[in-house]
Design a protein around this ligand. Structure first.
Ligand code: NAX
Length: 327
């Protein structure tokens, strides 16, 4: 039997955690022959810890053969101890009337503390995936605290946006969604992100040979993908959970399989004109389990460059708002 992978999950009793945990434990993230140990962190609040116990009881009741242990804790040092993967989902939601800057500050403190502890106690091969919003900037903050782990171990999730874009393009073209490839998300996980449709392929052909409605691509398509989160809240009365959990499975799964091509938010290092210090969504190719290279060289026309400039500006502004937390 393979050595179990230790997976730390924060916000484990939240709604994404609830949708995610059974799928990790059933093998959907690391494969059908890879055992896992779940190290579950919740806020030090009685109600949250009680709810976490309930989630763990349900996982017990699933009798997953791959689930080799669970740790339930409100102590980050326990949760991240020896963790191979740390999935940072827990964050404070934006309350009514709350300014974006306040949310950045409040959540920045959580990710500052977690970045420090991960750097200290996580496994040698530690990888970190950030989902809690604002995900790109939270990821940058956590990475800035790490002195042992290199910056490329810290990635943030834009896969939900990629999956949303893939489905919208397939619907417009009237094809099965597996026909759509090379649709990548650039920039922030926010309504400013840019799904670079011009580089996508449908059934192996350039997208523009199949979808000629340029106006739809530039307006309705970009808006639908960018504002999908708000549309889900309006319809469901709660934010995306099943699809967010599914996207995180895809994010980690595809980072474990060499050759996979997908969108993740990484330290830009200046690729595609982004500020070198921000974490921006872009295309990567997995090179080895947990490692990747940015795919450079996709052509960008003036429309794409303008969209990238807008999302880059937002990331730079977010960085300025949390400057005191960095480093
Ligand atoms: P929930 O509010 O259901 O769950 C969050 C959980 O985190 C709660 O149980 C809370 O007690 C816990 N928590 C808070 N602070 C913590 C801390 N310091 N340590 C450990 N646990 C802590 O939110 P949920 O719907 O699960 O969403 C979680 C996060 O994902 C939110 O920030 C949300 O905005 C973000 N999302 C990000 C997405 C992305 O694509 N990057 C998409 C989905 C989602 O909206």
């Amino acid at each position: 039997m393979k050595t179990p992978i230790k997976v730390a999950l924060t916000g484990a009793a939240g709604q994404i955690g609830y949708a995610l945990l059974p799928r990790i434990a059933s093998g959907a993230m690391f494969g059908p022959d890879q055992p896992v140990i779940l190290q579950l962190l919740e806020a030090p609040i009685e109600k949250a810890m009680k709810a976490l116990e309930g989630v763990a009881m349900e996982l017990d009741d699933c009798a997953f053969p791959l689930l080799k242990g669970m740790v339930l804790t409100d102590d980050p040092r326990v949760a991240f101890a020896g963790a191979n993967w740390s999935l940072l989902v827990g964050a404070k939601p934006r309350g009514p009337g709350m300014e974006r800057a306040d949310l950045l500050q409040d959540n920045g403190k959580i990710f500052t503390a977690q970045g420090l502890v991960i750097d200290e106690v996580a496994a040698e091969d530690a990888r970190v995936a950030v989902v809690g919003n604002p995900a790109n900037t939270n990821c940058m903050i956590a990475a800035s605290k790490a002195k042992r782990l290199p910056a490329d171990r810290f990635t943030a999730m834009v896969r939900l946006d990629q999956n949303r874009a893939q489905t919208q393009l397939a619907k417009k073209a009237g094809v099965d969604l597996t026909e759509v490839s090379e649709i990548f998300i650039y920039g922030n996980h926010s309504p400013t992100m840019f799904p670079a449709f011009d580089n996508a392929k449908i059934g192996g052909k350039a997208l523009r040979e199949v979808i000629s409605d340029r106006a739809w691509l530039e307006t309705e398509f970009c808006d639908t993908v960018g504002k999908r989160g708000a549309a889900i809240i309006a319809a469901r009365g709660a934010s995306s959970a099943a699809s967010a959990a599914n996207a995180l499975l895809d994010h980690v799964h595809d980072l474990m399989i060499p050759g996979k091509v997908h969108s993740i938010a990484v330290k830009s290092n200046g690729a595609y004109g982004f500020d070198p210090e921000v974490w921006a969504g872009m295309p990567v190719r997995t090179t080895a389990p947990g490692a990747y290279e940015v795919i450079e060289g996709y052509a960008m026309d003036d429309f794409a460059k303008a969209k990238i400039a807008v999302t880059n500006k937002e990331l730079v502004e977010e960085r300025a708002m949390v400057a005191s937390l960095l480093g």
